[in-house]
Design a protein around this ligand. Structure first.
Ligand SMILES: NC(=O)c1ccc[n+]([C@@H]2O[C@H](COP(=O)([O-])OP(=O)(O)OC[C@H]3O[C@@H](n4cnc5c(N)ncnc54)[C@H](O)[C@@H]3O)[C@@H](O)[C@H]2O)c1
Length: 488
């Protein structure tokens, strides 16, 4: 593929050149080829984007929810119309398999915009009756200009998950995609403009961490929403504290998936695979600690390995490929490093974990999904986020013991339970310290369901009606119907 033109910033409804004079390269993980250069925003460019967003906000926030909804729904239609081309671009930038990107990444973003477009006209406050005919009412008002920063694993989905509720509530946004996958957020900006979004309501400033920091610190930005790692989350919160911004953080995890002895075994194996191997394991909510009851452990592992062996690793653009390339060389080295750590710690590498050379893609970062058994709770592979396809199977025998083990972590993003016993399912879920939980499935994230973490996995929620609260502020208004009662 020939190199694409240098990507500019997207400010005030169109592309503009950055003033920093600096660029970075975005690389196709599967081929190692440079896809294109991307201009880096300077602080003057960020100021310009914030000023454009402020101007856009004045127009957008005055429109009715129904008018905003109509424009957002046009963007939804355009996203769906361009699904295949956007999915292909996403595959080029992320290395994930086309069969995933084609049906999940763009569609999940479109669904999110569709959902919040549906809510836009119903963002009502309350009417509160008081004594003597007096009353109060509340208004859900937009915050103003919101900043948002994305991670590299689901670039267009994250850009949609952040912009959809923000825009539906009447805010404007300045978005920074991950420097590793900067391309599709720019396409989303084009689509919003084409759909009729007023200029300046959605802007994209590309760059590395410092550009994210500029957003988090900016005086003209009222809220910052980050999807990223826990250390970055802490830095963003510190930066945001300088102006006391609203903060939403969607961070990392090391989530447990608990399989009881009465679970439907094939379903549990399917879920464990989805919870560990989808997108080469590069998913924040993955259930990487798979606790399996001792009575079914052998059968579970046997079925798991038999099915994992059949997974097709290869060219991400090939429709049959199920495991694409890890995002970059350093990340692959990190994942391979954890596999070595697991072996040294005494875990049994029951399957995979080896680098694979794909013909024609020798510079790609392909790894077999890895399954460790005989893992114990103290091992690093069972405690640290690896963000690759490395599953740790841990055996347990007692419900209280497994719940305590599952909760023994700084993270709390997600958790899953497999059992046919409904009282046990609900009892265990109620005791798990995680923000997003599943009973008899894993990693299902319908837009209607709030998503986010407990403990160090995050603050706030995306999706669901609750996301509206994170992109609005409440104004309470008291109305006096009588005279002012005054003692002097
Ligand atoms: N909870 C979720 O919804 C969710 C979803 C996807 C990924 N993640 C997490 O994201 C991580 C992987 O993504 P990543 O490697 O892109 O994360 P990262 O933390 O390295 O980077 C995330 C973003 O933050 C920016 N950034 C870096 N330093 C910054 C700073 N000081 N101030 C402001 N912005 C800064 C980066 O440029 C990037 O755009 C994993 O930990 C994963 O679990 C979480």
């Amino acid at each position: 593929m020939s190199k694409l033109p240098t990507q500019k910033l997207y400010i005030n409804g169109g592309y503009v050149d950055a003033t920093s004079g600096q660029t970075f390269e975005t690389i196709n993980p599967a081929t190692g080829e440079v896809i294109c250069d991307v201009q880096i925003a300077s602080s003057a460019d960020v100021d310009k984007a914030v000023a454009a967003a402020k101007a856009g906000f004045k127009i957008w926030s005055k429109m009715s929810g129904t008018e905003r909804s109509r424009i957002l729904l046009r963007a939804v239609a355009l996203l769906r119309e361009r699904n295949d081309e956007l999915a292909a671009l996403e595959v080029t930038d992320t290395g994930k398999p086309l069969q995933e990107a084609n049906c999940v990444d763009v569609e999940s973003g479109a669904e999110c915009i569709e959902y919040f477009a549906g809510l836009a006209a119903s963002l009502n406050g309350e009417h509160i009756q008081l004594a003597n005919g007096n009353f109060a009412f509340t208004r859900k008002e937009p915050l103003g200009v919101c900043g948002a920063i994305g991670a590299w694993n689901y670039p267009i989905q994250i850009a949609c998950w952040k912009s959809a509720p923000a825009l539906a509530c009447g805010n404007a946004m300045v978005y920074k995609a991950s420097e590793v996958t900067p391309l599709t957020a720019l396409k989303l900006a084009e689509i919003y403009t084409e759909a009729g979004l007023p200029d300046g309501v959605f802007n994209v400033v590309s760059g590395l961490g410092p550009v994210g920091q500029m957003l988090a610190e900016h005086e003209g930005i009222e809220k910052i929403s980050l999807t990223g790692s826990v250390p970055t989350g802490k830095r963003v919160m510190e930066s945001a504290a300088k102006t006391l911004k609203h903060v939403t953080l969607e961070l990392g995890g090391k989530s447990p998936l608990i399989v009881f002895e009465d679970a439907k075994l094939d379903n549990a194996v399917s879920a464990a695979m989805l919870a560990n191997f989808y997108t080469q394991g590069e998913i924040c909510s993955n259930g990487t600690r798979v606790y399996v009851h001792k009575d079914i452990k052998d059968k579970f592992i046997e079925k798991l390995i038999a099915r994992t062996e059949k997974m097709i690793i290869g060219d991400p653009m090939h429709p049959d490929t199920q495991v694409g390339s890890l995002i970059h060389r350093d990340h692959m080295e990190k994942v391979l490093g954890y596999i070595e750590i697991g072996k040294k710690e005494g875990a049994n590498l029951a399957y995979g974990g080896k680098q694979v050379t794909v013909k024609g893609f020798e510079k790609g970062n392909f790894l077999q999904p890895a399954i460790f058994t005989n893992v114990t709770a103290d091992m690093r592979i069972a405690r640290e986020e690896i963000f690759g396809a490395v599953m740790s199977v841990i055996t347990f025998s007692d419900e209280d013991e497994v719940v305590a083990a599952a909760n023994d972590t700084q993270f709390g993003l997600a958790a899953g339970v497999f059992t046919q016993d409904i009282t046990r399912a609900h009892r265990v879920i109620a005791n798990l310290e995680a923000g997003t939980c599943w009973i008899n499935n894993y990693n299902i994230t319908p837009i209607e369901m709030p998503f986010g973490g407990y403990k160090q996995s995050g603050i706030g929620r995306e999706n669901g009606t609750v996301a509206v609260d994170h992109f609005t502020q409440l104004k309470s208004v008291y109305v006096e119907m009588g005279d002012v009662d005054c003692p002097y």
